[in-house]
Design a protein around this ligand. Structure first.
Ligand SMILES: [Mg+2]
Length: 387
């Protein structure tokens, strides 16, 4: 009403909780003077990310959370000389972006995908990251693949690299021995045979090889009709990655350790890959993640985010995946770790038959189970401000 001062919601606090996940995951709670709270999650921040988040709090308190993109950029620029192009600063910001979107969604009564422009799909397809077990042999990989498909997944990933393999000529050298290449081919052949022709299959080399090895493996895996070959060489040399892509009969996917639009720019503009795989709760958050996906779309490059996060970060990633046309598939890494499901209160279950249906509830649409999360608290850390 004229003459009255309109109340604007203000951020009052930011606290964190570190819980066991794929390593240690950091949960972020942002509170406001209206009693509305947002929850975010970031991952792979090492021990430093909670200190950074505590430091960043001063730049958020008193601000209007509705301006979440500006707040991200305000903090990023403040930390520019402290490493704000990659690493822990960006990881902390990624968790803040997710918590702010959850908060704003709750304040407006809309799901997060709506804040990202709305959804292209109702349900986000997942691929299960599978581990063949200690022996990593073709028979156990095939058995695992069959079991995962029985759980309802129609897209799988296996690791091909094994740094402790006795087949390696040298632990440090990035070439691949004859025995290593043969073992990789045997493993993929066994998995393809086990799951049949209609399951999507991708394989990861974790950036541990050189160009010659990458191209040889790609050629030898051609008959198995793979969805992608992931980071056969390290991701930071874009010209080298482009050389691999141009010589590979299999699509190449890379980027789980690149950060922000600037980190992905050359990879995308030089068309050095077929798919990008930003890890949204680590390398950019959802708002920036959508911008990266839109850049990739200009070159017809697919968007298939890396994800080893807990349920908050995974559901957050799914909202971004739902909001871009070039999304292909999202990783899920927790087939055999039951405590993933304990960490949230979700009804119906978050994952259904290899898909993650997007919730229409406000914000992320999933509630952290604090009592359960506390059981997995990292010793010596605060749990949302409490010892
Ligand atoms: Mg990978």
């Amino acid at each position: 009403m004229r003459g009255e001062i309109e109340h604007i919601m203000k951020i009052t606090d930011l606290t964190t909780a570190v819980v066991r996940g794929h390593g240690w995951n950091t949960l972020i709670k942002i509170e406001t003077d209206e009693g509305i709270t947002g929850i975010g999650e970031c991952i792979h921040g090492g021990g430093g990310v909670t200190l950074l988040l505590d430091d960043m709090k001063a730049l958020l308190v008193g601000e209007n959370p509705m301006n979440w993109d500006m707040l991200f950029e305000k903090i990023r620029r403040r930390y520019i000389f402290d490493g704000a192009l990659a690493g822990n600063v960006v990881t902390a910001l990624s968790g803040i972006d997710i918590a702010l979107l959850d908060l704003v969604g709750k304040a407006l009564g809309v799901p997060v995908y709506q804040l990202l422009g709305g959804k292209f799909r109702d349900s986000v397809r997942l691929y299960a990251d599978c581990h063949a077990g200690k022996d990593n042999d073709p028979a156990s990989a095939a058995a695992k693949a069959k079991w995962v498909v029985e759980q309802g997944f129609d897209a799988l990933k296996f690791d091909l690299d094994d740094p402790s393999s006795p087949d390696k000529l040298d632990r440090w050298n990035p070439s691949a021995s004859r025995m290593e290449v043969s073992r990789m081919v045997e493993l993929v052949a066994a998995v393809r045979e086990a799951v049949g022709p209609n399951v999507d299959l991708c394989v990861d080399m974790h950036g541990r090889y050189d160009i010659a090895a990458a191209c040889e493996v790609a050629r030898k895996l051609e008959p198995f009709n793979l969805m992608w070959l992931e980071e056969p060489i390290p991701p930071e040399n874009i010209a080298a990655m482009r050389e691999v892509k141009l010589n590979s009969p299999i699509p190449i996917c890379a980027g789980e350790s690149l950060y922000l639009r600037w980190g992905f720019r050359d990879l995308i503009e030089q068309q050095a890959v077929d798919h990008i795989m930003p890890d949204l709760p680590k390398c950019c958050g959802l708002t920036e993640g959508k911008k990266i996906a839109n850049m990739a779309e200009l070159y017809y490059i697919g968007f298939s985010p890396h994800n080893v996060c807990g349920p908050i970060g995974t559901v957050a990633s799914a909202h971004c995946c739902g909001s871009v046309p070039n999304f292909l598939v999202l990783e899920w890494h927790w087939m055999e770790r039951a405590h993933w499901h304990e960490l949230v209160i979700a009804d119906p279950p978050i994952i259904q038959g290899g898909y993650l249906p997007l919730s229409d509830k406000p914000g992320l649409g999933v509630e952290l189970n604090e009592e359960a999360a506390r059981k997995y608290q990292k010793p010596g850390t605060l749990f949302f401000g409490q010892p």
